[in-house]
Design a protein around this ligand. Structure first.
Ligand code: NDP
Length: 292
């Protein structure tokens, strides 16, 4: 028999998750603070619960997807007795510290806690492009992995409950860095009235080519500690980067997203890394721990 699942929180993402469970044949109980959001799911065969307690006690596996961890705390802390002995999978976006705190609370109350990081938008759920990162209670994860696979790929990151969030946020960091670059790039090209649609294919091709060199090259340098480069030195980057900032200003485009990069390049040179590649910046971004 297919695992029965409870989904708490039916926003854009929670609705996509519950829909995927239903489509995969899992009996699914749903609850949402605003009750009207259950209607499209009950039409697909989900069982609506009148209260969070009713939803939690319906099934051994409870998945929660709210806006923030504070919302999860507010919703679930009154229901520790109902949750005891069940598995709680929390796919709400949060920080490693928040995930560890939630796991400690769960352990105190006999709840198996699995933290999840969804690497997809709602429209991608249950497609081959989607996956979810998991960490925390490994036995519970392995028990329910076949059911969780209805959402997309499943990637285990470790028993430290903060790891799914750490991986998630590290990937999002790469994405936001690219999003900032894309925003700045369009702002600059449009400063001369060139159409964004006209420029888009060039930008796409350029950005597609970069990661295949940049990501593995940086990884190799960081793990080996060998930052000397035959691609482009920090010295040449320091010399070229002001051309970007100057042109932003000349063209009436705000430089604030990019200005900190020059400060970092300047520091790298000042600290004697002129002949290293950009991978050196990874080391310079780390704050030394106070205990050495
Ligand atoms: P929505 O704003 O669409 O939905 C938020 C949900 O949280 C609603 O069901 C809302 O209930 C519920 N909620 C908020 N506060 C409370 C509370 N105090 N008590 C009970 N329920 C509450 O957001 P999404 O579905 O898009 O996102 C949900 C989570 O998934 C977020 O953490 C988000 O970062 C993460 N995520 C989203 C992605 C996306 O592309 N959308 C991608 C990856 C992760 P109500 O309907 O009553 O307001």
């Amino acid at each position: 028999a297919k695992t029965s699942i409870t989904v708490l929180g039916l926003g854009l993402m929670g609705t996509a998750l519950a829909t995927a469970f239903l489509k995969a044949g899992h009996p699914t109980t749903v609850w949402n603070r605003t009750p009207s959001k259950t209607a499209p799911l009950t039409a697909q065969g989900a069982t609506p619960a009148a209260t969070p307690a009713e939803a939690i006690t319906a099934n051994p596996l409870v998945l929660v997807c709210l806006t923030t961890y504070d919302d999860v705390t507010e919703l679930l802390h009154p229901h520790t007795t109902a949750l005891a002995g069940r598995t709680l999978v929390n796919v709400t976006n949060g920080t490693p510290v928040q995930a560890r705190k939630a796991a400690a609370w769960a352990e105190e109350h006999g709840i198996a806690y699995v933290d999840g990081g969804i690497m997809a938008v709602p429209q991608m759920i249950a497609t081959p492009a989607a996956y979810v990162l998991y960490s925390g209670a490994q036995e519970a994860y392995e028990t329910y992995r076949p059911a969780l696979a209805a959402l997309g790929g499943t990637r285990w990151t470790g028993t430290d409950p903060g790891l799914a969030s750490l991986y998630d946020l590290s990937l999002l960091t790469g994405m936001y860095g690219m999003a900032m670059g894309v925003a700045q790039s369009f702002a600059l090209i449009r400063s001369e009235g060139i159409g964004a649609r006209e420029f888009a294919p060039l930008l796409t091709d350029w950005l597609n080519a970069m990661p295949n060199v940049l990501v593995p090259g940086t990884a190799e340098a960081v793990d080996s500690g060998h930052h000397l480069t035959d691609v482009s030195t920090l010295a040449v980057n320091q010399a070229a980067f002001p051309n970007l900032l100057t042109t932003f200003t000349d063209q009436g485009v705000r430089p604030e997203l990019f200005a900190p990069m020059l400060q970092l390049l300047d520091r790298a040179i000042a600290e004697g890394h002129a002949q290293d590649g950009l991978s050196r910046l990874v080391e310079l971004l780390r704050v030394p721990r106070p205990d050495g």
